[in-house]
Design a protein around this ligand. Structure first.
Ligand code: ZN
Ligand code: ZN
Ligand code: FE
Length: 765
């Protein structure tokens, strides 16, 4: 006989872990107890040594599917002669915290019940169990118990209570447990959200969708705007009403078979689609698909997800067609969560509202991923992932990092964890700021964080920066340069320390010199960086006006690098610029009025895209660059464009005039634009490889991290990786956090946490 005390941390509560331990102990003939604490799960078990050893091993190898064990510590002690094995009441430990499970897509058992006419939960849209269902979106504090969730208002019926109390039941201590008798209910509303009387809410909603209406449907972490994805008029109507002319929207499809009939799906993509996170995955769109092209105009990829709640499963099966599921907001506002809020904000967009009476505590957008070379990369990390932490390779101080302006996330750190928030959104309005502030409060409460340091971007006008500076705390304020944060986020994503060559290619980031950076080559570690090189500066006439009007960047590049003659040639290919707009743009460049300098790679892509045919204004971030990428896929090509690297001041500067001259020559020669677009991608990838090789020569560094929003461009990423590997360098990319600004707060937190490590060693930085 021997006895062991076992302490387990991780995501181990509210997902059937104690019943699992209970049953495991029974099967090995052990006695003792298991109990939840605010720090994790404690177990005491005793019995024959061999059985005990197997028990300990199987605690991790046989754990429930959605448990995530972070640590398991075992100590031996003399047996206490327990009679039998029991589940003891939960204990709260002062100041202790635990990991909180993300929401989990409907499990196979619940789906079977949902579709079974004989089951008491047949078609019940809020079916869940310990293996699936809402978690993070309904929890207000720890320990994770029903009174601390938005399920507290629903009193379980005797049958649900019996399941809840039975350690051998799949719903033992399933906090959101519910059934048609005692749980949340749907209501169907008209265009003002006023309930209309129907026999069956889902059937009527399905009928409305089939008629081409736009519905606002309350889901797990907020509202979706929904319409028939195969109905061109319905999609156009939704776009018009939402004020979103071109940005790709996501589609939900009932099954993998249906997805395969619309898209090409690799084994890795299928694994991701069917995972418990159930994200939107960008898939190559089949040409024969009946999904309207308006869903993602001009795009080679379609964002697709499977149903992840019982409501979605029933809706999709009965609708019998793919449905557009886009966040329920006007462009730029955060996703709506409250019924009243949704009705007031989505009025005029939705013809009907499908509502329910379970409150959503945390806004939670759908996550978006892509798979490249068998690696999945998040582009938006939210539902299913947050608030599960990123593991740090060191013990962090308690930091709150406020993130950036676009695609904002924030990050709090403690111990070896970085709790990167779910996607907050573009911090351009009061609603998003409120979402940001309430989410920060929630994370600080859940993970018991009281920041010693508040980190922020260097841009003085970002709302997130202003928020950081307005906090009345004794915490130290630390500003972190945007691209340094990008590079460090990629290092942490890969679990590495030390120095790297950090490549950060993106649209906009405030530079240490007050200019707008975005084509950056840093020699960096967690503490600091040296700007080893960058794309050459060009004017940004009218500042942010260039982001909306990509052709302004074409004018800037060719006029400032090739002069009036270059501009005249380019104008022959730049359609539709008014004489006055041209005059103003030129004057701004000449007189440097409201014209910062930029080394932005995103703006370089804009410039090329406008020259090759993107006309008018961009209606979402990166639209022109996406167009250029899509164009390039049609023009596979090995040749590239020339460029030079100037290196007389110790900072290497990539000069672009030779490239622009060659592009204009190709245009004059009538070369297909697709080929020019492909050559351009090759050229930018070539610049990265050449720069990094030279920096590697000078520093002896061989690891290169790739970060920044430009690397959402798969062609650029593939070509850049090829080039760097060809130069014998090790390439590190993102897999846990987005390469875009959604990952920046992680980098900020780590840089700030490590500021006090002492002087930067070595002279290389
Ligand atoms: Zn389930
Ligand atoms: Zn019930
Ligand atoms: Fe960025």
């Amino acid at each position: 006989m021997s006895a062991k005390t076992i302490h387990i941390t991780g995501v181990v509560q509210g997902l059937g872990f104690r019943p699992f331990v209970y049953q495991l102990a029974h099967s090995h003939g052990l006695s003792g107890w298991v109990c939840n604490t605010s720090a994790g799960v404690d177990i005491e078990a005793e019995g024959p040594s061999a059985a005990l050893e197997r028990f300990v091993a199987e605690l991790s190898s046989e754990a429930p599917p959605i448990a995530r064990l972070e640590s398991l510590s075992v100590t031996d002690h003399p047996p206490n002669s327990y009679q039998g094995f029991e589940i003891r009441p939960s204990r709260s430990l002062e100041g202790e915290y635990q990991l909180v499970s993300p929401d989990v897509a409907t499990c196979g058992d619940c789906l079977r019940e949902l579709l079974d006419r004989q089951d008491r939960r047949y078609r019940y849209p809020f079916t869940n169990c310990t293996n699936c269902g809402p978690r993070f979106t309904i929890i207000q504090d720890i320990p994770y118990d029903r009174p601390l969730t938005t399920m507290r208002d629903f009193v379980m019926c005797p049958e649900c209570q019996r399941e809840y109390d039975d350690p051998l039941d799949r719903r033992f201590h399933a906090q959101p447990n519910a059934c048609p008798i005692c749980g949340p209910q749907l209501t169907l509303g008209d265009r003002d959200g006023v309930p209309i009387s129907v026999e069956d809410e889902i059937s009527s909603a399905v009928q409305f969708l089939q008629e081409g209406r736009v519905l606002a449907i309350k889901g797990l972490g907020g509202f979706h705007l929904v319409c028939d994805a195969t109905n061109e008029d319905a999609v156009a109507l939704l776009r018009r009403r939402k004020g979103r002319p071109a940005k790709p929207m996501a589609v939900m499809m009932a099954t993998m078979e249906e997805i395969r009939s619309h898209c090409l799906v690799s084994a890795d993509e299928e694994r991701l689609l069917t995972s418990t996170q159930c994200p939107i995955v960008l898939l190559e769109w089949r040409s024969g698909s009946t999904v309207s092209r308006l869903v993602a105009p001009g795009n080679r990829y379609l964002g697709v997800m499977l149903p992840y709640t019982p409501l979605h499963h029933v809706l999709l099966r009965e609708a019998g067609r793919p449905l557009v599921m886009t966040s329920g907001n006007l462009s730029e506002e955060p996703i709506a969560v409250d019924n009243d809020e949704a009705v007031s904000r989505l009025k005029g967009i939705a013809d009907n509202f499908l509502l329910h009476n379970r409150d959503i505590y945390a806004r939670y957008d759908d996550s978006v991923c892509m798979v490249m070379e068998e690696r999945s990369q998040p582009l938006r990390r939210s539902r299913g992932y947050a608030p599960f932490p990123i593991r740090l390779p060191f013990d962090a101080r308690q930091v709150l990092a406020c993130g950036t302006e676009l695609k904002n996330t924030f990050c709090v750190t403690r111990d070896r964890y970085a709790f990167l928030s779910q996607h907050i959104g573009d911090m351009e309005n009061v609603e998003t700021l409120e979402h940001f502030e309430s989410a920060i409060k929630l994370y600080r409460r859940l993970f018991r964080v009281n920041p010693e340091i508040v980190a922020h971007d260097l841009h003085p006008d970002y709302l997130a920066t202003r928020y950081a500076k307005s906090l009345k705390t004794s915490a130290d304020l630390i500003g972190v340069q945007h691209h340094h944060a990008h590079v460090v986020s990629c290092m942490v994503d890969n679990g590495i320390e030390g120095q790297v060559i950090g490549v950060a290619l993106d649209g906009t980031g405030y530079g240490s010199d007050g200019q707008i950076w975005g084509g950056e080559f840093l020699v960096a570690d967690y503490r600091g960086f040296r700007r080893a090189g960058h794309l050459e500066y060009v004017p940004m006439p009218g500042g942010d006006a260039c982001i909306r009007r990509p052709y302004r960047m074409t004018i800037s590049h060719v006029y400032s690098l090739l002069g009036q003659e270059g501009l005249d040639t380019a104008l022959g290919f730049l359609g539709g610029i008014g004489a006055q707009e041209l005059r103003i743009t030129k004057r701004q460049i000449d007189r440097k009025i409201n014209t910062p300098l930029t080394s932005s790679c995103g703006r370089l892509f804009d410039a090329a895209s406008a020259l090759l045919g993107f006309s008018g204004e961009a209606t979402y971030e990166g639209q022109a660059a996406v167009d250029l990428e899509m164009m390039a896929y049609e023009g596979e090509e090995t040749s590239s464009y020339p460029f030079t690297i100037l290196d007389d001041t110790g900072t290497k500067i990539i000069q672009l005039s030779a490239m622009w001259r060659a592009i204009l020559e190709d245009l004059i020669a009538g070369l297909p634009r697709e080929i020019i677009a492909f050559r351009f991608h090759n050229a930018v990838a070539g610049m990265v490889a050449e720069m990094c090789s030279r920096i590697a020569e000078g520093t002896g560094l061989a690891r290169v991290t790739l970060s920044g929003g430009c690397f959402q461009n798969r062609l650029l990423l593939a070509k850049t990786r090829e080039g760097l590997q060809g130069a014998g360098l090790e390439v590190l990319t993102h897999s846990q956090v987005p390469c875009n600004d959604g990952g920046v707060s992680l980098g900020q937190a780590v840089v700030a946490s490590r500021q006090d490590d002492g002087p930067v060693p070595g002279a290389r930085l």
